[in-house]
Write a protein that binds this ligand. Structure first.
Ligand code: ATP
Ligand code: MG
Length: 328
């Protein structure tokens, strides 16, 4: 059964300036500020939470359906995702705006000047899920990740109305939203994903206790960074799963998204919550070891080997029959 993954689709444009910004700023002239920095390199990275999660699912042999809004400039990114098994046929293309873009320049002292252009993302509110479901079939889950807030609310409402099981993954948007916005995003979710910090934000902003939340969602998955993950369900003991030891810690951006992809893939294979968390942690560690969120190359043999060495032969034996990576 299909997985619909709704959320942001974006690119990051990262530049580095070899000097220091502060040397070019004249403090008493800041009201006439106009500066230009000659930067050394430009790195364009593919990102956006929904696109990252779809990339992970595609790498594990699934065919996720990407739901989000982009601009005409999406063509190259679309073919990259399609080559990684992602169904992009329901992506909404804006007539007027560019794909969301994060533009950031760092200097030699790690000072940063950055801007985020939401662009086409604000048209996510125009997307209706039903025509997508008519095309691909009743979904296993609809994941609603960080996106245009109006769009997130609309998708969640539509899931509740039409009875689609949904996964709440509001992450970054928790910082901006208030309780009134956050409560409807998680109420009735089959699965709620957050990290530990976001878990506190959720209880603080909604005014709901941990128990209240567990009575409103089926399963709450809380990722704990290098300490792994904890899974909570109402009236049951927590399940904890340790992370996979990294070979080299390069850059953690995107680990949360990869974890979600692995977790949902394993649930789709009919595996237990514990196995799902293990597959999530396994995929996440590949992202820790790379610069960028969609740069890892997954090999089946390596994945199973790391599974055996961290979680044991039985875990590998359960995962092995389902795993169809893009590379041997
Ligand atoms: N240093 C690490 N080594 C191994 N695995 C890690 C490490 N950091 C994170 N992970 C894996 O990634 C999962 C998600 O990590 P984390 O809780 O940091 O997500 P996050 O805060 O949502 O991250 P982000 O939003 O930056 O993607 C963890 O449950 C763990 O399996
Ligand atoms: Mg996160």
């Amino acid at each position: 059964m299909p997985l619909l993954i709704a959320g942001s689709i974006a690119t990051d444009h990262l530049m580095s300036f070899p000097g220091r910004f502060s040397d070019s700023l004249v403090v008493d002239q800041l009201d006439k500020l106009s500066v230009s920095f000659l930067v050394e390199d430009l790195e364009v990275r593919r990102g956006g939470c929904a696109a990252n999660i779809c990339f992970g699912l595609g790498n594990l042999g699934l065919r996720p359906v990407l739901v989000g809004a982009v601009g005409e400039d999406f063509a190259e990114y679309r073919s990259w995702l399609q080559r990684h098994n992602v169904d992009c046929d329901s992506v909404h293309v804006s007539q007027t705006r560019h794909t969301a873009r994060f533009v950031c320049t760092n200097d030699s002292s790690h000072a940063q000047i950055a801007s985020f252009y939401a662009g086409a993302m604000s048209e996510a509110r125009e997307i209706e899920l039903q025509p997508i479901v008519d095309r691909v079939g009743e979904p296993d889950y609809v994941l609603i990740g960080p996106d245009d807030p109006e769009g997130m609310l609309r998708h969640t409402d539509e899931c509740r109305q039409r009875g689609y099981k949904f996964v709440a993954d509001p992450s970054q948007q928790l910082a901006f939203g208030d309780g009134k916005m956050i409560r409807p995003l998680i109420d009735g979710a089959e699965i709620l994903f957050s990290n530990e910090y976001e878990a506190d934000l959720i209880t603080q902003k909604t005014g709901w206790s941990r128990e209240d939340i567990l009575s409103r969602v089926g399963t709450w998955v809380v990722t704990l960074g290098a300490a792994g993950v904890r899974i909570d369900r109402e009236g049951e003991e927590s399940i904890t799963v340790e992370a996979v030891p990294e070979i080299e810690k390069v850059e953690p951006t995107g680990v949360g998204d990869a974890f979600r992809a692995g977790f949902l893939a394993a649930l789709g294979w009919g595996l237990s919550l514990e196995r799902a968390a293990q597959v999530g942690c396994l995929l996440a560690v590949y992202v820790v070891e790379q610069v960028g969120t969609q740069e890892y190359v997954l090999s089946r043999a390596d994945f199973l080997e790391r599974c055996t060495s961290t979680y044991g032969a039985e875990a590998s034996a359960d995962i092995d029959p389902h795993l169809k990576t893009l590379h041997p």
